[in-house]
Design a protein around this ligand. Structure first.
Ligand code: IMP
Length: 194
C-alpha cells in the first residue's frame, strides 16, 4: 500500500523518503480519540480550539468522530522572529470569535515538539478562565521537549524527524498528503513553518 500512495502522488514522491503513518492508521487513531473525547466530555458541550493552518485536517476528521454536541473555533499565530520563537513568544493574528470563560475547552494541535508555542498559547487561553482546559495532540515529538505540558490525548509518538503530510508542511508544501512521510535530506534546507 505504501508504494501505491507514492504512485498516486508521483509528482511529490521523489521528495519523500518513506511513509511513517498510513491514511488508514491515521483514520483509525483519530476515530479512537474521537470516541474517547465523546465519552469523557459527555454532557459538557466542549469547545475545540485549533491553531491555523496545520490542524485543519486533523480537526475536520476528529470533529466527525465525535458523537456529542461540540463547538469549534480557531486562532492564528505568527512568530515574531527566530529569537522570540525560541522563547516561544508568538503573536496572535486571529483571535477566537467568542469568550471561553466558563467553557470546557479542548485545545487541539497537530504537532508538539519543544512545547514552547503550545505553552504560550495555553497561558493565553488559561487567562480567560475557561471551566477546564485540556490538550489533544496528534503527533507528539517528545525528544526536544523544553516545557512539560500534560497531554490528555495523544495520537502518535514520533521520532525526532521532520515529517510532512496530514496538515504538516515544509515551506507550505505537502500539507494535503493523506499520509505522514519523511522528506529526503536534500529537500530539507532552511527553516520550516507551521
Ligand atoms: P514547538 O512545539 O514550539 O517546538 O513547535 C511546534 C511547531 O513546529 C509546530 O506547530 C509546527 O509548526 C512545527 N513543527 C515541528 N515539528 C514539525 C514537523 O515534523 N513537521 C512540520 N512542522 C513541524
Amino acid at each position: 500500500m505504501t508504494e501505491n500512495w507514492l504512485t498516486v502522488y508521483k509528482e511529490l514522491a521523489p521528495d519523500i523518503s518513506g511513509i511513517l503513518i498510513t491514511p488508514e492508521e491515521l483514520q483509525q487513531r483519530v476515530k479512537e480519540i474521537g470516541a474517547a473525547i465523546s465519552q469523557d466530555y459527555a454532557g459538557r458541550n466542549p469547545l475545540l480550539v485549533g491553531v491555523l493552518k496545520g490542524v485543519v485536517f486533523f480537526m475536520a476528521d476528529l470533529l466527525r468522530a465525535i458523537t456529542i454536541p461540540v463547538e469549534v473555533d480557531f486562532i492564528a499565530v505568527s512568530n515574531y522572529s527566530t529569537e522570540s520563537r525560541q522563547q516561544g513568544v508568538v503573536r496572535l493574528v486571529k483571535d477566537l470569535e467568542s469568550s471561553i470563560t466558563d467553557q470546557h475547552v479542548l485545545f487541539v494541535e497537530d504537532v508538539v515538539d519543544t512545547g514552547l508555542t503550545l505553552n504560550y498559547i495555553l497561558r493565553n487561553l488559561r487567562a480567560r478562565k475557561p471551566a477546564s482546559l485540556e490538550v489533544c495532540v496528534l503527533f507528539n515529538k517528545p525528544e526536544h521537549r523544553l516545557v512539560d505540558i500534560p497531554l490528555k490525548y495523544t495520537g502518535f509518538d514520533l521520532p525526532d524527524r521532520f515529517v510532512v503530510g496530514y496538515g504538516l508542511d515544509y515551506r507550505e508544501k505537502y500539507r494535503h498528503l493523506p499520509f505522514v512521510g519523511s522528506l529526503k535530506p536534500q529537500v530539507l534546507q532552511g527553516n520550516a513553518k507551521g
